[in-house]
Design a protein around this ligand. Sequence first.
Ligand code: C2O
Ligand code: CU
Length: 463
Amino acid sequence: MLSRRQFMGTAAASALFGLPKNLAAGNGAYSPIDAQVRNIQLAPPNYAQTEIWGYDGKMPGTEIRLSQGQRVQRTLQNNLPQATSIHWHGIRSDNAMDGVAGLTQDAVPTGGNFDYDFAVPDAGTYWYHAHNRSAEQVARGLYGALIVEENDAPDVDRDEVLVLDDWLLNPETAQIDPDFTSRHTRSHAGRRGNFVATNGRYQLSLPVVQSERLRLRLINAANARIFVLQLAGLEGWIVALDGMPLPAPHPVSEDLVLAPGQRIDLFVDVIAEVGETAHLVRVDDNEGLSQVAFPVAARGTQVRRGPPMPLPPNPDQNVTNLEGAMRARLNMGGGAMGSLDAAIFQGDRKSFQELVEANQFWAFNGIIGMTETPLLEADLGQTVRLEILNDTVFPHAMHLHGMHFREVQKDGTLGPLRDTLLTYGGETREIAFMANNPGDWLFHCHMLSHADSGMMTWLKVNA
Ligand code: C2O
Ligand code: CU
């Protein structure tokens, strides 16, 4: 395995010499990401090993870390028993590299490969994951962190990537529950696990030093679980959401809510005493549990810093011309206990009972799943306002590919840039974005069982 320094060295070298274009067009041009089946010790040591699907056989997959403006150049090698593809979640990059099987590329068959090559315009915390049969492939472990470093490194002592997930394991065998399409999971809150882990580790523990400042990069890779988190023995600030820096660090005073697909970057100062343990706390049914433990091993040599400076802004963060925007609406309906009594599925109107039999439960504007024509078609540079009504009794985490949006808040002001919006049942929300990235972009619920059973549409930005 390459160390981070060696990896940076390789990336710098290829940026320096460049790669001839004809090489990029061929297959297998870049260093591989090998999607493969592997047994790992996921559950605690008294359990059997678990068969996962992982990038390079690792959980999480090999971290990809590079500097803002560089290119990701990697060849996916598919050694899985299923066709697959990789989506680079949150990267505002080339549509042809977005990795959506069936929309931007064909799924890569078993034994095949695909060259991904794109620039990363924004610094921040992103992730990559399978985007074919995602409800199964992500639940089996096909994801990893994609970290884009600021060219001006922030003032922190350490940088820790924390990928949160819950696994649905058979408690006897420690194997992943292979029913990825169950009616109940699809029609209710999605696939929820019974084994919660961080970076594939049960009760992750990271020794720290008093007064040091850590950057924690939280990534929710779960199929459906909304993580509710708190800090104990740590004083923290939110510095970025979904990769994008906040204009001013926001002190952590309330619960942190991290929906599937979302990221939060925190700066935290260790304020617990030597001998104590600080925690990232997960709130589960009103109970506080340790998600990550930070035992304070020693008193640091340094004094605590003052409040942090904001991260440097990424390019093109403004959403302007709200008045002249094109407007569209998305009504989300369906699911258990919902009011959907019929919807269009594969071109035909079906009663809810027929949809249940087809194992399809969710509709956008009365239509289940992908359509021939996009939800909306915008011209390059146009501002788009999209009103979203969650007319269901479940929360949904709506993810837009290719562009970040801002929420148009109730008072008319714009919220932070995000790529995934958590909506609760009964809410109406509105997002606005600049259609500044040409191509066909998916817009779907990141509760992946919901996406698989109807909650998936797309929009088009003309070149
Ligand atoms: Cu993170 Cu379309 O997905
Ligand atoms: Cu959903």
